[in-house]
Ligand binder design. Structure first.
Ligand code: GDP
Ligand code: MG
Length: 178
């Protein structure tokens, strides 16, 4: 494979309140908020270089799915620009799980000919007594949608590091098989 650093643009998508921004802020450590002239909205972009399996990779994480107003335009943009996607739902909110399936279908439609790496993320795993979606349902959904699956807790920072390392590995697998 090529030498030097590689950049992957990773997009967070999912229902409001599932924990996308909390995951992004853990990833970033310090938020780096930019104003996007292009879309006329506040674009939240975070960049970090990770060492994964002895090789560095820079992830550019976009948390801009939910900007108010020109939703369709921004969401269409999000569907086009990702090298990889994190489709997030909350394990305490079945509607957000159903929404995740819709988003998977929407993404497949938007990027028909491409084999895009996706991780289905069941967040809020710390809220065990409020669970509405079981681990096996999450796993089964990921099998149907041909993507990876992980449960995380942004609140107690469980599996968050693994999530971002996982997406780097997924992009590399596809890159290396080309
Ligand atoms: P977003 O709308 O998807 O960006 O969701 P946010 O990141 O704004 O989170 C929505 C709410 O859920 C906030 O009150 C967070 O503190 C809370 N939250 C996010 N992740 C977790 C988690 O893993 N566990 C718990 N208990 N709360 C969480
Ligand atoms: Mg948010």
């Amino acid at each position: 494979s090529e030498s030097g650093n590689t950049y992957y643009r990773v997009v967070l998508i999912g229902e409001h309140g599932v924990g996308k921004s909390t995951l992004a802020s853990i990833f970033a450590g310090v938020p780096d908020t930019l104003d996007s002239d292009l879309l006329g909205v506040e674009e939240n972009t975070y960049e970090r270089t990770l060492m994964v399996d002895g090789e560095s990779a820079t992830l550019i994480l976009l948390d801009m799915w939910e900007n108010k107003g020109q939703d369709n335009m921004i969401q269409d943009h999000c569907m086009q620009v990702g090298d990889a996607y994190l489709i997030v739902y909350s394990i305490t909110d079945r509607a957000s799980f159903e929404k995740a399936s819709e988003l998977r279908i929407q993404l497949r439609r938007a990027r028909q000919t491409e084999d895009i790496p996706i991780i289905l993320v069941g967040n809020k795993s710390d809220l065990v007594r409020c669970r509405e979606v079981s681990i096996s349902e999450g796993r089964a959904c990921a099998v149907v949608f041909d993507c990876k699956f992980i449960e995380t807790s942004a609140a107690v920072q469980h599996n968050v590091k693994e999530l971002f390392e996982g997406i780097v590995r997924q992009v590399r697998l596809r890159r290396d098989s080309k």
